[in-house]
Write a protein of this length. Structure first.
Length: 257
């Protein structure tokens, strides 16, 4: 749940440490309570956001879907709940404890023949070129040490015409809503998260990383610079969450442009 390593928060705070080992260790430490915390802190809206992301890219029946920064596999599982589910979903994450919980969830739902979870890095995806029909990322691009490199990797593994959906936290723009949200996000949420997870660092990191990450226009520019077209940005929940949608152009479309 990151911007480029070394990017300052914008208010004089030191750069956030996004080294993979540190981030993986932090998420592994809260893995056993991660799902419950997500549902509680989002008032259950996280499920709706994932369904919206999958519906927006509408992977065709028999598709190969890649879920980057899969965590405990909620988005990978959501991809299988369509009337015409994909043939395979590959979930990639570098946090081993998160993946282990994800595997249990996949097995409990009878999806272990359809969903495969592996440990890997978003900046070096374990997939051949042009092997995936669709890619999703749920609240993970912010934790990647180099989001631009991750976007280029996603473009590499997507087939021409393949679609990408990214869910990520943002900050509302309307002044009153923004003020209330930032008070909750910076003051209340870390205390609730610390109380429920018994891990202070993870829920202090969350608001700091959201504040330090690229804004919607900047992330859309990264997607275009990484080889994507038809980039769209949708505000969800008044801008608390953004859904980024993009498509990899076909060879003919590249030739035209």
């Amino acid at each position: 749940m990151g911007g480029p390593a070394g990017r300052p928060s914008g208010d004089g705070a030191p750069p956030l440490d996004k080294t993979p080992g540190r981030i993986a260790g932090m998420f592994d430490a809260i893995a056993h309570r991660y799902d419950r915390l997500n549902h509680v802190l989002s008032a259950g809206l996280d499920r709706r956001w994932r369904r919206r992301a999958i519906a927006a890219i509408a992977p065709p029946a028999g598709a190969r879907v890649l879920d980057v920064c899969t965590g405990t596999a909620d988005l990978a599982i959501a991809a299988c709940r369509r009337d015409a589910p994909p043939r395979t979903v590959l979930g990639v994450d570098f946090a081993g404890a998160m993946l282990e919980i994800g595997r249990r969830k996949v097995q409990a739902r009878g999806l272990d023949r359809r969903v495969r979870l592996v440990r890997g890095d978003a900046c070096r995806l374990p997939c051949p070129p042009a092997s995936m029909d669709a890619v999703t990322i749920g609240f993970g691009i912010r934790n990647v040490v180099d989001p631009a490199q991750a976007v280029r990797e996603i473009a590499r593994v997507l087939k021409p015409g393949g679609r990408l959906a990214i869910l990520e936290f943002g900050e509302p723009r309307l002044p009153l809503i923004r003020a209330v949200y930032l008070w909750y996000f910076r003051r209340v949420l870390p205390r609730i998260g610390r109380w429920l997870s018994r891990h202070a660092e993870a829920y202090a990191y969350l608001p700091a990383s959201v504040h330090a990450f690229l804004g919607p226009d900047a992330l859309a520019a990264v997607l275009r610079g990484g080889g994507f077209g038809e980039v769209r940005v949708e505000r969800l929940a008044l801008g608390i969450v953004y859904l980024y949608l993009a498509r990899k152009p076909t060879e003919r479309e590249r030739a035209v442009y």
